[in-house]
Design a protein around this ligand. Sequence first.
Ligand code: UT7
Length: 313
Amino acid sequence: MLTNFDLEKMVDTSNEWILERTGISERRIADPDIATSDMAVEAAKATLAQRGIGPEALDAILVCTVTPDMFFPSTACLVQDRLGAKGVWGFDLIAACSGFVYGLTTAAHLVAAGTHDRVLVIGADTMSRIVDYTDRATCVLFGDGAGAMLVEPAENGEEGFIDFLNEIDGSGGEFLKMPAGGSRMPPSFETVEKRLHYVHQDGQQVFKFAVRRMYEVCRDLLARNNLTANDVAALIPHQANRRIIVATAERLGLDCDRVILNIDRYGNTTAATIPLATRDAIEAGKLKKGDLVLFAAVGAGYTVGASLWRWSY
Ligand code: UT7
């Protein structure tokens, strides 16, 4: 665990600043020998155990991540092998903080096509490996984590996936990125020296975009389904900044007890925030069978996404 007080000793920051500007108190940091696939496997096993099925029952595995163990093989392949999930296919999905929302929507369409019965969607990120712990503007924000969900055909027509609204806007790519390590800027002594293998963010630019689009995408998705905020039992948003989430809820007119917030304990775990927050919502009794749930995220890219589901267990 890495607390705000720990960070006070590492960079020029304060518990008060971090809490007030982000809502974060502490984050989980993976041990040095743990990589993204290790956390993804644990999340997958827990989800399969909860559903009472084995890995052979899966048809596909999607791993949403920006911190794969390595470029290739994909983390999905590593997870498949470790699970012993014979005969499945899968891939990694890179959509930064919107990764899990995009993964869920992709899985819903694979299942709706009638070609897949069980798609495991995993959100896993080891952000501590790409965060610069000398940069106070970013190092206070991120944590490590993983979570998973299983998407299956609904047993009756009333539960399951309802609709989605996703959008990418590459004009915002400059504002949140890891500049080096890819084909544009392969690793060199210079890229390492200039600390280009870390997250670089223009926080204010991303904040302005996120606070506007998170609200708009939720509003538009509800409106085109003839729903209002009052119909939503739980808004489960990506956890990047408490202020973005609270502003979204206020503009939607959603009671704060229907908004799932756990950023205080985990920070921004990128693709893992939504499955982790969903688990917390279920444990707190805020998400039950038959409830309408709205997932929403904005992240690097820019990527924007929201999806509406009627919860089925
Ligand atoms: O999940 C992916 C998408 N990411 C996001 O949605 C993140 C969006 N951005 C944010 O959440 C916020 O912009 C931040 C939390 C990153 C920053 O909050 P802010 O209110 O936008 O602060 P700022 O960047 O405008 O900085 C305000 C001041 C600056 O000092 P001056 O220029 O006013 O003297 C910063 O240098 O706060 C300073 N500052 C800090 N001070 C103490 C920046 N980081 C820190 C820090 N501790 N850790």
